[in-house]
Design a binder for this molecule. Structure first.
Ligand code: ADP
Length: 598
């Protein structure tokens, strides 16, 4: 956002500078352009005005000479005092004046006195008037055609005068003058957007679309100028005034500041003028520069506004783009941060994983070793009990032989032999611990199995000073099992019960068996502390034991559980309402026919 803000500031500075440039240089440039345009317009207006004036006046140019050639006129100047000729000339002049739409036509003798005129019968008749002071008379009297414009001294009307000598032979005997009205032309200049006027060589305005400017002088009314004007009486008795004018040049354009009404400030005009040699006057076209300046100002304001608007639009766009860029940048940063975190987590996970794998490997190694140790311990545990019993029998057999009780000794030896058989079967069974036993299930007499079991546990029961009370019901159940493995289960739970009651006051252990439908339930109840509910679920897990190191392996119940499951039965534990643990073995009752077949 920082760089965007900088760009926006730069943009605003650029807009301000451009605006200043437009207001400064642009104004000049635009002004010049508009001036040139205005000047071109004024130029064509000027050309039109000049052409109109020339066209209007040139039509009359040859007429005086033509009239001067007329017989009536020549006769009159030959005999100016002849009243008949005068009257004929008057009528003739009046007729052609009407015909030609001119202002006045009159004949002057060589003294300057008018001897005939088209307005002879009018109130301001020229007849008898002397115009010797007029340049048109003076020049025509000298034999030249002449032109002049002036305010009529008699008629008080402005006109353009054409004069020609009236010759008789080679001699000039009179002057004919043809006066044309200029008012008509002037009226076409009124109301135009330009101010058009005609000024004489002294700078005095002779014709103008603005009547208030008539007879005003653009140049100072110096005595010389006044003297020249008075001599020709061009402006008759009209009062001449000087216009307050200040001229200056701007880019080659002539500008005029005119104070027409004092107190109303000045107006500035662009001036174009053309001197017409034939008429000896200057046609001027003025155009008010206010509109030009206003046009410049409006355009400048429009451009500045446009610049500001464009600047604003660009600033808004820049800001938007900046915001978008920022969002994009933030998103990229967020993504990068996320990727970095994911990377970190992945690395952490990989590290933890490898640690875990290492730990697992260590644990597996330790577990293997422990398992091996526990297996060895279990084996010695399972074998030690029958070995201890065999030792007892062997020891007592020796004594019995010594005492000569051979029959008892033999009995002992048979027991020893049975114990060895059991151990062999146990070792087979231990082998089966790792793989599925292939010992087939068959009907097993519970009372036989218990007899065999008692031989193994008798020693342990007596060391614990426990009393085993057996009630197998009548008849004792025959169950579907494997005899050695069922015996192993019973040895385990009876030994556990002996452990539980050892050292307690009530050391009774109840072994009961009942048939319930297709099932037989064998229960072993002791009067020990019972199994706390917290560990009831776990006592069947391998290696779960609460007994001290070297005493329990935690394998007995786990092996027993698996054996009973193999029989298709169930081994569960509970606590008796009067205290002590109750282990319950449920087994299928064996088929009677298969028992009979055995
Ligand atoms: P071990 O006898 O080696 O501990 P077992 O699998 O035979 O292993 O027994 C597991 C645990 O179950 C014992 O440590 C003991 O806490 C509990 N247990 C088994 N029999 C009894 C019982 N009759 N009374 C109370 N607790 C028992």
């Amino acid at each position: 956002m920082q760089h965007v803000r900088r760009s926006i500031v730069m943009l605003l500075v650029a807009v301000a500078l451009s605006a200043a440039a437009v207001m400064g240089y642009g104004t000049t440039l635009l002004n010049r352009n508009f001036m040139v345009e205005a000047s071109l317009q004024a130029g064509s207006a000027l050309r039109l005005a000049v052409a109109a004036l020339d066209g209007h006046l040139n039509r009359y140019e040859p007429l005086p000479a033509l009239i001067a050639d007329h017989d009536d006129i020549r006769e009159l100047v030959a005999r100016p005092d002849d009243p008949g000729l005068r009257s004929a000339a008057n009528l003739y002049l009046k007729a052609i004046n009407t015909l030609l739409h001119s202002s006045d036509i009159y004949v002057i003798d060589m003294t300057g006195e008018t001897i005939a005129a088209s307005n002879f019968d009018g109130p301001a008749s020229f007849v008898g008037q002397n115009f010797s002071y007029r340049p048109y008379f003076q020049e025509a009297a000298e034999g030249r055609q002449s032109r002049f414009y002036a305010l009529g001294t008699t008629s008080a009307k402005r006109g353009y005068y054409f004069s020609a000598p009236v010759r008789i032979g080679l001699q000039t005997r009179g002057v004919i003058v043809f006066k044309v009205d200029v008012d008509m032309i002037e009226t076409t200049w009124r109301g135009s957007e330009y101010k058009i006027f005609v000024s004489d060589p002294e700078g005095i305005i002779f014709m103008s679309g603005s009547p208030e400017w008539l007879y005003k002088s653009l140049l100072p009314l110096t005595p010389d100028r006044l003297a020249r004007t008075t001599a020709s009486r061009r402006y008759s008795d009209a009062s001449l005034k000087q216009l307050s004018v200040r001229r200056n040049l701007e880019d080659g354009h002539e500008l005029m500041n005119i104070i027409s009404d004092p107190g109303h400030g000045s107006r500035e005009y662009l001036v174009l003028s053309e001197y017409a040699k034939s008429a000896d006057w200057t046609v001027n076209v003025l155009i008010d520069t206010a509109s030009v300046r206003a046009q410049t100002r409006t355009t400048v304001v429009a451009i500045v506004l446009f610049l500001c608007l464009a600047g604003l639009v660009v600033a808004v766009l820049l800001q938007r783009k900046g915001r978008r860029d920022d969002q994009l940048r933030l998103e990229i940063e967020r993504k990068a941060e996320l990727e970095r975190r994911v990377g970190e987590r992945t690395a952490d996970l990989a590290r933890v994983n490898s640690q875990l794998r290492q730990t697992q490997a260590d644990l597996i190694q330790a577990g293997k070793l422990a398992g091996l140790g526990q297996m060895s311990a279990a084996l010695s545990h399972e074998f030690n009990q029958p070995l201890a019993a065999a030792k007892n029998y062997a020891d007592s057999a020796a004594l019995l032989i010594d005492r000569g009780r051979t029959a008892d000794a033999r009995d002992n030896l048979t027991r020893i032999s049975n114990l060895i058989d059991r151990m062999a079967s146990l070792s087979r069974h231990l082998r089966n611990f790792a793989r599925k036993p292939n010992e087939k299930l068959r009907p097993v007499s519970l009372s036989d199995v218990i007899d065999d079991t008692l031989e193994i546990v008798a020693a342990r029961l007596s060391t614990a000073d426990a009393e085993l009370l057996i009630d197998l019901g009548d008849p004792a159940p025959v169950v579907q099992a494997g005899s050695v493995r069922l015996q192993q289960v019973l040895v385990n739970i009876i030994t556990n019960a002996a452990d539980a009651v050892e050292g307690l006051s009530d050391r009774r252990i109840h072994l009961t068996a009942r048939i319930k439908g297709s099932h037989a339930a064998i229960e072993l109840r002791d009067h020990g502390p019972g199994v706390p509910p917290a560990i009831a679920d776990r006592i069947f897990d391998p290696f779960f034991t609460t007994k001290g190191v070297g005493k329990g392996l935690g394998l007995g119940l786990s092996i027993s559980y698996n054996i009973v499951k193999d029989f298709g039965g169930d081994l569960t534990v509970g606590n008796h309402a009067e205290g002590g643990a109750v282990f319950r073995i449920e087994l299928a009752v064996a088929d009677v026919f298969s028992e009979a077949a055995e």
